[in-house]
Design a protein around this ligand. Structure first.
Ligand code: GUN
Ligand code: FE
Length: 427
C-alpha cells in the first residue's frame, strides 16, 4: 500500500466527540492521509510503520477554529470606543472607518493584516462582512483564496438610515451585489471561499433591497449573513421599518433568503418566539459573540436555552465590536457569559461547560464549511499545535492545558498551524 500522501503527528490530541464530551488521546498518533484525518492511534498501525513521525511530544494537537461573525473592515479599530453602546459606536467609529474602503489600496493594507492575524490566532474558517465597496470586497475574497482559507465573504448592503458617505442607492447596491455573487461563484477550482448576501441589518435595508436580495439568493442559491436582535433598540427600529412582520428573522424568511446556503445570524440576544421558531425550522446558525455583547451591546444571548431547543450555535469574534481575534478567547467568554445569564435569569438559563463552549468554536462553526472542526475520520486536517501551557511546579492534564489556553493563552502558544494538511507559513 502506498504511504506517499500519509503524515503522522504525535502529541496529546483533543477534539470534541459530542456536544458535551471531549475525545482525549494523550501520547497518541494522528494519521493524516491526503489532507484528511485517517485515524488516531495509541501505537502506529503496522501499515504506516515506514512513515516518519513528526513528534510534538506533550504538546496539544487540536482542530482549528471557526469565526462565524467578523467585520474584516473593522479589524484595525478593535479595542477602540468600547465604552459606547451600539448606535453611538456605529456612528462615531465604525461608519467613518468603513468609508475608507472606497480606496482599494486601503483595503489591501487592512485585509492583508486580517488574513495574517486570523491565521496567527488559529482561525482558518470564517464568515466575514466587508463594506459596501465592490473592489475592496473582491480583494478580501482573493486573499482568502490565495491562502487556502475557508470563508464566506459578503459585500455589505446599506440603502437607508446610513450616513451619506456610506450609503448606496438601492439599484446600485443590488447591481453590485449580483455582480459580486456572479463573479465569485465557482470561480476557482478547489476554492473554499463563497460569496454570501450581507444586508447589514434590517434598519439599513429597504423593502426593495430585501426583495432584490431574495431574488439574488434564489438565482445563485446563495446564503445570508446579518445581525439579528442585537439590542432592544435594534429590534424596535427593525420592526418600525418592517411593521408587517412579527419578528426580525421573519423579514429574511419572507423575502426568501433562508433557503439556499447557510443563514448566519449574529448575536440573537433578544429573539422572540417567532425568531426562534424560524431559526430552528430553517436550520439557521446563531452566532454568539460574547466579547461584542459586553463591549457595545447590552444583554447576553440565551445560548444554552437556544441550544437546548436544537438551534445551531457557533462563536464569532465580531471584531471590531469584539476586541480580540482569538476564538479561543470567545470560548472562555462563552462560559463566563453563560454564568452571568444563569445568575441573573436562573429560571430559563444554565451555564455552559468548557467542553460545550469548545464544541461551539470548532465543530459548531465548522459545520458551515464542510468537514472541518473535528478529528473524526474524513475531516480535513485543519489543526493547531499548542504548547508552553504549564507554569513551573504545576502540572496540568491535556484538558486543563486546553482550558488554560482559552483563558490565559495567546498566539504565542500556537506553535504550528495546518490547513488542508499543509503547514501554514505566516508572513
Ligand atoms: N449592527 C449593525 N452594524 C453592526 C456592526 O458593524 N457591528 C455590530 N456588532 N452590530 C452591528
Ligand atoms: Fe457584527
Amino acid at each position: 500500500m502506498s504511504t506517499k500522501n500519509v503524515q503522522i503527528y504525535h502529541g496529546d490530541i483533543i477534539y470534541s466527540k459530542s456536544k458535551t464530551e471531549f475525545s482525549v488521546n494523550p501520547d497518541s498518533y494522528l494519521v493524516v492521509k491526503e489532507e484528511k484525518v485517517e485515524g488516531i492511534y495509541p501505537v502506529i498501525p503496522e501499515e504506516y510503520k515506514e512513515v516518519p513521525v513528526t513528534d510534538y511530544g506533550r504538546n496539544l494537537i487540536i482542530p482549528a477554529f471557526s469565526d462565524l461573525h467578523i467585520h474584516a473592515s473593522q479589524f484595525v479599530q478593535r479595542g477602540v470606543g468600547m465604552d459606547c453602546l451600539l448606535f453611538d459606536w456605529l456612528n462615531t467609529y465604525t461608519f467613518p472607518q468603513e468609508s475608507n474602503f472606497k480606496d482599494p489600496e486601503y483595503a489591501k493594507l487592512i485585509y492583508d493584516q486580517v488574513v495574517q492575524e486570523l491565521l496567527r490566532h488559529g482561525t482558518m474558517h470564517a464568515s466575514l462582512f466587508t463594506t459596501i465597496h465592490y473592489d475592496a470586497s473582491d480583494y478580501l475574497f482573493r486573499a482568502f483564496e490565495k491562502h487556502g482559507m475557508y470563508g464566506y465573504i459578503g459585500k455589505v448592503n446599506m440603502d437607508q438610515n446610513s450616513p451619506d458617505f456610506l450609503c448606496e442607492t438601492t439599484e446600485d447596491s443590488l447591481k453590485e451585489t449580483e455582480r459580486f455573487v456572479y463573479e465569485h461563484t465557482g470561480r476557482t477550482a478547489g476554492s473554499h471561499v463563497k460569496p454570501i448576501l450581507t444586508p447589514r441589518f434590517a434598519p439599513t435595508c429597504s423593502h426593495k433591497m430585501m426583495e432584490g436580495l431574495g431574488k439574488i439568493a434564489k438565482k445563485y442559491q446563495c446564503g445570508l449573513q446579518t445581525h439579528l436582535s442585537e439590542s432592544r433598540e435594534e429590534v424596535k427600529f427593525a420592526l418600525e421599518m418592517f411593521p408587517e412582520f412579527e419578528s426580525d428573522a421573519q423579514i429574511y424568511e419572507k423575502y426568501g433568503m433562508l433557503e439556499y446556503g447557510p443563514s448566519i445570524f449574529a448575536h440573537v440576544i433578544f429573539p422572540n418566539e417567532k425568531d426562534l421558531e424560524i431559526l430552528k425550522a430553517t436550520g439557521s446558525m446563531a452566532v454568539h459573540c460574547p466579547d461584542a455583547t459586553v463591549n457595545i451591546t447590552a444583554g447576553l444571548m440565551p445560548a444554552a436555552a437556544m441550544w437546548e431547543q436544537d438551534i445551531n450555535i457557533s462563536l464569532g469574534s465580531d471584531i471590531g465590536g469584539g476586541h480580540h481575534a482569538g476564538i479561543y478567547h470567545q470560548i472562555a467568554r462563552t462560559v463566563q457569559a453563560s454564568k452571568m445569564k444563569e445568575f441573573y435569569e436562573p429560571e430559563e438559563n444554565r451555564r455552559l461547560t468548557f467542553q460545550e463552549a469548545f464544541y461551539l468554536g470548532t465543530v459548531g462553526g465548522g459545520s458551515c464549511f464542510g468537514k472541518v472542526g473535528s478529528f473524526e475520520p474524513g475531516y480535513q486536517f485543519n489543526a493547531l499545535v499548542l504548547g508552553n501551557l504549564e507554569d513551573k511546579g504545576f502540572e496540568l492534564t491535556p484538558e486543563e492545558r486546553l482550558e488554560k489556553f482559552c483563558y490565559a493563552g495567546d498566539d504565542r502558544n500556537i506553535l504550528e498551524r495546518f490547513l488542508d494538511g499543509k503547514k501554514v507559513v505566516l508572513n
